[in-house]
Design a protein around this ligand. Sequence first.
Ligand SMILES: [Fe+2]
Ligand SMILES: [Fe+2]
Length: 166
Amino acid sequence: MKPQPLPANLTTSHVEIDEQHAQLLAWARALVLDDPAGTESERRRALAFLLFYVERHFATQEAAMRDLRFSGFERHRAEHTALRGQVADIARAASAGLSLAVGERIYDLITAWLPGHVHEHDSDLAAFMRARKASIPPLPGLDDLFEDEPDLPDWMAEALAGTPER
Ligand SMILES: [Fe+2]
Ligand SMILES: [Fe+2]
C-alpha cells in the first residue's frame, strides 16, 4: 500500500514518525476503497495490517518515550490506550463480517483521532526526539507479520478470524 504525502496538519519534525503516520493512513484508506472488485478478504487483509500497524506504532513511540524519560509519557500513553480500546471494539464487531460500513467506522475513527493526537502529543515527542537525534525502529511489512506469526492479542486474532465472503 503506497502512502500518499501527509497533509500539513499531520506533519511533525520527525521523518520516521511522519512515515509511520503516512503508512497508517494508507491502510485506513484501504478499508474504504469502494472498489467493485474489493472483497471482504481484501478488507480483512487491510484491517490486519492496520491493527498491527497501530499497535506497533504506539509501542515504538512508548518505548522511545520510556527510554528517553520523556515527561509527557503517561499522558501520551493514556491517549494511545484509549484509541486501542476504541479500535478493539470496532474490530470485534468486524469478526461478524467486515463490511464496507465497518471499514468506514474504523477509517473515520482513525482520521478523526490522528490530527488532534499529532497536534497535542506526537509533535512534542517528535521535537524532543529530533533534538536528541533519536530514531524509532522501522516497522516490518505485512508479509513479515504473517511469516513470523507473532502472538496476536485475542481481540486482534478474533477480528482476523476468517468469515465467509458475502
Ligand atoms: Fe503517532
Ligand atoms: Fe502517539
